[in-house]
Design a protein around this ligand. Structure first.
Ligand code: NAG
Ligand code: NAG
Ligand code: MG
Length: 263
């Protein structure tokens, strides 16, 4: 009761400080001074619109975007380098683990969990931190130079999920849009950072998939796996093109990625 009274008087103070409370969508609230785009005193918080942009991206309402909004560089940088990126990733991988634990695996080695690589298993944050967190136009030459170093760190929550899935008896398949020319360095990079045991690493063979979207390529490779008798029970990636398409199978998990969009 006391709390309610306190909240109410606080609201009254805020309302009286601020005058009327018109929300962005035209509604007036006389009790709860909720203003999504304002601080307590009604002042504008510029970052709020960047968090809306990020939500739009993660929910796949904003699609086919080529770079992050200029005004969101600081926001995205803070998000990625601060705690929230890790927390959001963890929320995804914990759900994935709960789901994995709930299953009774057949135990014939055919239960597959598909992992994407970039921004799912290996992080390119060291590169993107030097290139405006996705505000700069994609430079294939520079990016490939970074990949070829083979020094990408693992995403910690994904590595943890990977280890837990192995213990549960899953076979791991890495399915990446990286080209065949980067297969060796990718294998080396994966092993160096702890992804030591897996069934296969599937790369985008240029002859077969030249000019095809990631969505088409990944769907087709998942289909091949299923035709060989494997059961794709889980699938995790940072792009919607990792988890949409065909043969996506039983459950998919979307990790955050506000840096780039791949169709
Ligand atoms: C792309 O990266 C390469 C290698 O770092 C650099 O030489 C080139 O100038 C860059 N291109 C653009 C358009 O920035
Ligand atoms: C996955 O989906 C297939 C096809 O719908 C179904 O037969 C199978 O039982 C599901 N497996 C799990 C582990 O849920
Ligand atoms: Mg990726």
């Amino acid at each position: 009761m006391k709390l309610v009274a306190l909240v109410f008087s606080l609201c009254t103070i805020i309302i009286s400080c601020h005058g009327s409370l018109e929300l962005e969508h035209g509604l007036s609230f006389s009790i709860f001074p909720l203003r999504l785009k304002s601080g307590l005193g009604g002042h504008y918080i510029p970052e709020t619109s960047c968090s809306s942009w990020r939500l739009g991206v993660e929910a796949h309402n904003i699609i086919e975007w080529t770079s992050i909004p200029q005004e969101c560089v600081d926001y995205v940088g803070n998000y990625l380098l601060g705690k929230q990126y890790r927390e959001d990733s963890k929320a995804v991988t914990e759900e994935a683990y709960k789901y994995a634990q709930s299953l009774n695996l057949v135990g014939d080695g055919k239960d597959i969990w598909v992992f994407d690589i970039d921004e799912t298993s290996l992080s390119n944050l060291p590169y993107y931190a030097q290139h405006g967190f996705g505000v700069e136009k994609y430079n294939a030459t520079a990016f490939n130079e970074w990949v070829d170093l083979g020094t990408a760190p693992p995403l910690p929550e994904s590595l943890k999920l990977y280890r837990r899935l192995l213990r549960l008896g899953f076979n791991i398949v890495f399915l990446t849009g990286r080209p065949d020319s980067q297969k060796d360095i990718t294998l080396k990079n994966l092993k160096n950072v702890g992804f030591t045991t897996f069934h296969t690493l599937i790369v985008k063979e240029s002859a077969e998939y030249n000019g095809k979207t990631a969505l088409t390529y990944k769907s087709s490779e998942r289909k091949k796996l299923e035709e060989k008798g494997y059961r794709i029970v889980g699938n995790i990636g940072d792009q919607w093109s990792d988890i949409l398409g065909t043969n996506t199978r039983n459950r998919t998990f979307k990790l955050p990625d506000p840096m780039y969009y791949i169709s």
